[in-house]
Design a binder for this molecule. Structure first.
Ligand code: ATP
Length: 231
C-alpha cells in the first residue's frame, strides 16, 4: 500500500496536496490536466523532490530520508530511459547489477525478460537502432529486472502512436500481474486509464482525490473531472 499522509509538495509557485491511499496490486492511474501536478507527485514518491510536509509511506515504511535508488520502486519516464552508448542487453542488465558483472543465472534471467517483452535477438543493438516502441520495451525490461514492488510510469509511452501505446499498456498490465507488481501510472488520457487501470485517482485544483474503481469514476465523474473530459 502506498500512503500519502497529509502530503504537501511545492515546486515554484505550485503546491499539491495529497491525502490518499493507493492499494497494492494491479494498476492505479493518476489522471489530470496538463500542469495539474501528476509528474510532481510521482517525483516526490520516487524521492526526487522532498515534500514540504506530510509523509509518504510505502508498505508502511516512511520514505523520508530514503534515497531514490533505495526506494522499493522503479520509475519510467518518457525520455532518457536508456544509455545511448550501451547495447540493449547491457542497458537491460543494469537492472540486475549496476556494474554489469552478471553471472550465468543473471544472464539467463536477463534474456528471459528480453523475450518476455518481445526483444529476443535484439540485445546486441544500440538503442538508436531500435524503434521507439522497442526502446520502450527495453526500458520496461530493465525496470522488471530491478524487481522492485512498485512500478511508476510517467507517460513513458506518450510519444508512441496509438496502436503501439495500447500494446505497451497491455504489456505493462500483463507483466505487472505476472510479476505481482503494483503500478502507478500517470496519464492525461482517460482511455489509458479505462484500458488497464483497476483504480483511478484524479488530480485537480492542487489536490489529489482518493482513487476510485476506474469504471465507477468515469460513469459518475466529479464536476472537475466532468469539465476535464469536456462533458
Ligand atoms: N521546475 C519547475 N519550477 C517551477 N514550477 C514548475 C517546475 N516544473 C513544473 N512546475 C509547475 O508545477 C505544476 C505541475 O507540473 P507537473 O509537471 O507536475 O504537471 P503534470 O500534471 O505532470 O503536467 P503534464 O501532463 O503537462 O506533464 C505546473 O504548474 C508547472 O508549471
Amino acid at each position: 500500500m502506498l500512503t500519502l499522509d497529509d502530503l504537501r509538495i511545492s515546486l515554484g509557485d505550485f503546491t499539491l496536496r495529497a491525502d490518499a491511499t493507493i492499494a497494492s496490486g494491479g494498476v492505479t492511474a493518476l489522471i489530470g490536466a496538463s500542469g495539474s501536478g501528476k509528474s510532481t507527485l510521482l517525483a516526490a514518491i520516487a524521492g526526487f523532490l522532498a515534500p514540504v510536509s506530510g509523509r509518504i509511506l510505502i508498505d508502511e515504511r516512511d520514505m523520508a530520508g530514503i534515497a531514490p535508488g533505495e526506494r522499493p520502486l522503479s520509475i519510467l519516464f518518457q525520455d532518457q530511459n536508456l544509455f545511448p552508448h550501451l547495447s540493449i542487453a547491457r542497458n537491460v542488465g543494469l537492472g540486475l547489477r549496476p556494474d554489469l558483472r552478471l553471472n550465468e543465472t543473471q544472464v539467463e534471467r536477463r534474456d528471459e525478460v528480453l523475450r518476455q517483452v518481445g526483444l529476443a535477438g535484439l540485445g546486441d543493438r544500440l538503442p538508436r537502432d531500435l524503434s521507439g516502441g522497442q526502446q520502450s520495451r527495453a526500458a520496461l525490461a530493465r525496470a522488471l529486472l530491478r524487481a522492485r514492488p512498485w512500478l511508476l510510469l510517467d507517460e513513458p509511452f506518450s510519444a508512441l502512436g496509438p496502436a503501439l501505446r495500447s500494446e505497451m499498456l497491455d504489456l505493462v498490465e500483463r507483466t505487472a500481474r505476472d510479476e505481482g507488481l503494483s503500478v502507478l501510472m500517470v496519464t492525461h488520457d482517460p482511455e489509458d486509464a479505462k484500458r488497464i487501470a483497476d483504480r483511478t485517482a484524479f488530480i485537480a485544483e492542487g489536490k489529489l482525490q482518493e482513487p476510485r474503481p476506474t469504471a465507477d469514476l468515469f460513469s459518475d465523474p466529479p464536476n472537475a473531472l466532468r469539465e476535464y473530459l469536456g462533458e
